[in-house]
Each structure stands twice: as structure tokens, then as C-alpha cells.
Design a protein around this ligand. Structure first.
Ligand SMILES: *[C@@H]1O[C@H](CO)[C@@H](O)[C@H](O)[C@H]1NC(C)=O
Ligand SMILES: *[C@@H]1O[C@H](CO)[C@@H](O)[C@H](O)[C@H]1NC(C)=O
Length: 440
């Protein structure tokens, strides 16, 4: 728990711990879904999603997803919430993109990719907070921005979203709380030996009435007050504004990106080869989405009683701890018929030309028309959604004419596939999931 240890040493010298739970969540699915921003249609860019398996293209705020979901990829059985972020791609010198895999964070167990989630009840000593309720949702960050002012000590928000360049996840480069110390709002500009960690800290002050306004943000505010740049904001001793007086748990996401596989192909000229899935090479557009889905009052009970300093799941007796195997076996099949990871892709999935800024990114017009450039020859399957202009749900794979034998790495089957299922000599058609078989 070195992520918090420096902060905890300070805090425990002052007072006993606050309530904290910190836990890993394995990957549920990686695909272009975003039921908050683009319900009912395929999202413009790829997200990695963790949590309950009731996650879907549309999620009705009146539904109790803690009852609909039959499993969760997160450590606590009671937590059927969904948590998601954009993903990172490595851009090869030849112009192809490969998704950067995720690895378990420090001390979360053997989770499969995914992220680490914290719920923290403010600065020690213990303070009572009001847990979120059914239908509660929120978003932080803006995928379109490509620059940000430097963090300001009087702006809690300016410390909320950042990256950490890990020299070693268990070493000195991990000694400050998330968003504090050397963490940067932009993607690191060099190769980081231990990988990169994203830190996404949600606001703590709720208006007390709206569980999910149309913008998914205006019901929540960060605290006011000053920030100690070394400590960041997870225990900032500010006050909630009068418009948003109700203190909730502070939700934090940490994502550990495993850049090690790209070391040998990292650019020698000092350029930065990483791009977020929305075509953002700066990292300023990093964002996080949250859909509450805890069973009954389980989150409130945890925030009232789980006062382990380090937030260790096993120390929280109110909740039921799942094994790594139970978490890892909860998965969803991607429903969008396209490749997003595991191989070099000719372009970022969706319609995401790389936009460097500093001006905000613009959504290219008529994406759909220019989209499926890679259909016939490449290993990626057809992308057909037109998220900017269309409202159709696109879960039906695009028919492909019957044709000659499929080249190696081409699609050769899957639900709705009407093309050839014969692979060229020397390769065989292998089912990867119900939606996608490939000549391998
Ligand atoms: C997602 O929604 C569709 C359409 O309502 C439904 O058929 C499907 O069962 C849902 N999937 C999950 C995992 O709930
Ligand atoms: C770029 O290089 C990667 C790794 O060698 C390779 O898999 C990919 O096909 C290449 N892309 C192009 C367009 O040559």
C-alpha cells in the first residue's frame, strides 16, 4: 500500500484512521460502450469496464442493477457498480496501434487487468459520510480537452486527474498519494520502467438531491480550500460549498498500464508514442465514469465501520470478499463486432483521428462513411457505427460477401458473419468469442 503509505504515516501521527476501502476490480469487458454519455448507441471511443455483469449499452437509473447482475469483477460481492475509463494505445512508428495492457496495481491480488477503486471518508479522524444511492451516476474529466492550466493550490479540481510515471511500483516513485508529488496532468514524456498509473479522483460534495443530472457532473463539486501539492487531494481538509453540502465518500480509480512490452519499439527520438482511445496523445482528456450499484445499504455500512488504515478488503467485516478466481471469471463478451486489442490495428477503433491540441478536439463529421477502411484486407473486423450522427444501435455485424479464402488474421466467423469461413492454406479458423472467429 505504498500508494498511501506516506500520507498514512502523516495522518496516523495526527489521529486514528478514517474509513477507507481499497480494492481491485478485474476486467469485465473492453469495448465501445458508454451508457452514460451515449446510451443506446456505440460510443465514439473504446472503454475498459469493470464491475457488475449487468453493464449494458443502456442502463436505466430506475433499475436496481445490484439485483440484475449475477457477478462482479470487483473484490466485494455486494458491489455490482460499474466503473470505466478510456484506454491507452501504443502508436508504432509504422502507424499501427496496439492497446496497452493493464496489470494489477500494487497489493490488489492477481486481478485480470482492470483497475483499483477506493472509497475514502475524508480526512482523519473518522467522519460520517453519506453513501451514494440507487440511480446515482457521475463523470469526471472531458475527453475533448487537449490542454490544462498547471495545478493551482487553491483549486482542488486541478489535482483530480493525473498520471504517475512508475520507476518501480513498490519504490520511491510510488511514495506520494495519488495526484500528489511528481504526478502529472499530461501523459509522461519518457518511457517509465515500471509502467504508468492513472489517478482519477471524483468530487466529494453532493447537492443532496439529484442522483444523475443530464450532464452527469453538476450534482457533484470538489471541496474548496488549499491543496498541499505533495499530498494531493484525497485527504484535503476543505469544505463543501453551500450549493453541494452533503459529503460523500471520495471515489478514486487507479489504472496500472503495462508499457513494458513496448520497450524495444519505444521511439528513440524522444517522442511520446501513447495515445488515449479518443485520439488524445496529451492525456489531458483522461476521464472516468461511475454507475452506482451496491446492494442495499452495504456501501453505507462499509463507510460507517471499515476503518482499516490501508483499506484492506479482508479487514472490512461488513462486506463479503471474493477470491481472485471468482472476480476473474466474471466477464462479458464484447457486443461490438470489431477488434480493439491483442494485435496491431490500422487505426484507433471508432472515429478518433489523433488530435494534439491545444484546442479542444472536434468530432469528425460523417465518420461512418469514411470508417471501414480496413474491412477486406486487415485483421480488424468491420466498424460500422456512426456515433455522431446516428441513433441506431449497432450490435448486428455488417454482412460481408461470400468470398475466397480468408487471409491469416482475418475474420472467418462469429454471430451474424456471412462471409467465408475458409482460411488460406496454413491457417485455421479459431473461435475467439461468439462474435468473432479469426484465421490463426
Ligand atoms: C442488455 O440489453 C439487451 C437489450 O435490452 C438485453 O437483451 C440484454 O440481455 C442485456 N444484457 C445484459 C448483460 O443485461
Ligand atoms: C507495424 O509493426 C507491427 C509490429 O511489427 C506489425 O504487427 C504491424 O503489422 C505493422 N503495421 C504496418 C502497417 O506495417
Amino acid at each position: 500500500m505504498l500508494a498511501l503509505s506516506a500520507a498514512l504515516l502523516v495522518a496516523s501521527a495526527i489521529q486514528s484512521a478514517t474509513a477507507t476501502i481499497r480494492f481491485g476490480c478485474s476486467q469485465l469487458v473492453t469495448q465501445r460502450f458508454d451508457p452514460l454519455v451515449t446510451p443506446g448507441i456505440v460510443s465514439p471511443h473504446v472503454h475498459q469496464i469493470v464491475g457488475g455483469n449487468a453493464f449494458n449499452l443502456t442502463m436505466d437509473p430506475n433499475e436496481d442493477y445490484s439485483k440484475t447482475a449475477t457477478c462482479t469483477t470487483c473484490r466485494f460481492k455486494e458491489d455490482k457498480s460499474n466503473y470505466w475509463t478510456a484506454v491507452l494505445y501504443f502508436k508504432h512508428a509504422n502507424g499501427s496501434y496496439m492497446r496497452v495492457p493493464q496489470k494489477p496495481n500494487d497489493q490488489v491480488g492477481s486481478t485480470n487487468g482492470g483497475m483499483t477503486v477506493y472509497y475514502i471518508a475524508g480526512y482523519p479522524p473518522f467522519q460520517k459520510v453519506t453513501a451514494f444511492k440507487k440511480g446515482f451516476r457521475m463523470i469526471v474529466g472531458d475527453p475533448m480537452i487537449r490542454t490544462k492550466a498547471a495545478p493551482q493550490r487553491n483549486s482542488v479540481e486541478s489535482y483530480a486527474i493525473s498520471f504517475r510515471c512508475w520507476d518501480d511500483p513498490r519504490g520511491n516513485s510510488n511514495n506520494s498519494p495519488p495526484g500528489g508529488g511528481q504526478d502529472t496532468a499530461a501523459l509522461p514524456t519518457k518511457f517509465c520502467n515500471g509502467g504508468i498509473r492513472s489517478n482519477i479522483i471524483f468530487p466529494t460534495c453532493w447537492d443532496g438531491t439529484s442522483t444523475d443530472p443530464e450532464d452527469h457532473t453538476s450534482h457533484m463539486r470538489y471541496q474548496t480550500g488549499t491543496v498541499d501539492p505533495g499530498m494531493g487531494i484525497i485527504w484535503q481538509q476543505g469544505t463543501c460549498p453551500s450549493t453541494h453540502p452533503v459529503r460523500t465518500p471520495t471515489v478514486i480509480y487507479e489504472i496500472a498500464w503495462d508499457t513494458a512490452p513496448f520497450k524495444s519499439v519505444w521511439p528513440k527520438d524522444g517522442s511520446q508514442p501513447l495515445v488515449m482511445s479518443m485520439g488524445d496523445p496529451t492525456g489531458y482528456g483522461q476521464h472516468g465514469d461511475y454507475v452506482f450499484g451496491w446492494e442495499g445499504d452495504s456501501l453505507q455500512r462499509a463507510m460507517d465501520t471499515c476503518k482499516d488504515q490501508f483499506g484492506t478488503p479482508e479487514a472490512c467485516r461488513e462486506l463479503t470478499v471474493l477470491s481472485d478466481a471468482e472476480m476473474n471469471k466474471c466477464t462479458q463478451k464484447p457486443q461490438v463486432n470489431e477488434r480493439v486489442e491483442g494485435e496491431y490495428l490500422p487505426a484507433l477503433p471508432g472515429c478518433n483521428p489523433v488530435q494534439n491540441g491545444p484546442n479542444p478536439a472536434t468530432m469528425p463529421a460523417n465518420c461512418g462513411g469514411s470508417q471501414p477502411t480496413a474491412t477486406a484486407t486487415s485483421s480488424t473486423t468491420v466498424v460500422q457505427p456512426t456515433p455522431t450522427t446516428s441513433s441506431t444501435t449497432v450490435l448486428v455485424p455488417q454482412p460481408t460477401p461470400q468470398g475466397p479464402a480468408i487471409p491469416k488474421y482475418g475474420q472467418c466467423g462469429g454471430n451474424g458473419w456471412t462471409g467465408s469461413t475458409t482460411c488460406v492454406a496454413g491457417s485455421t479458423c479459431t473461435k475467439l468469442n461468439d462474435w468473432y472467429s479469426q484465421c490463426t
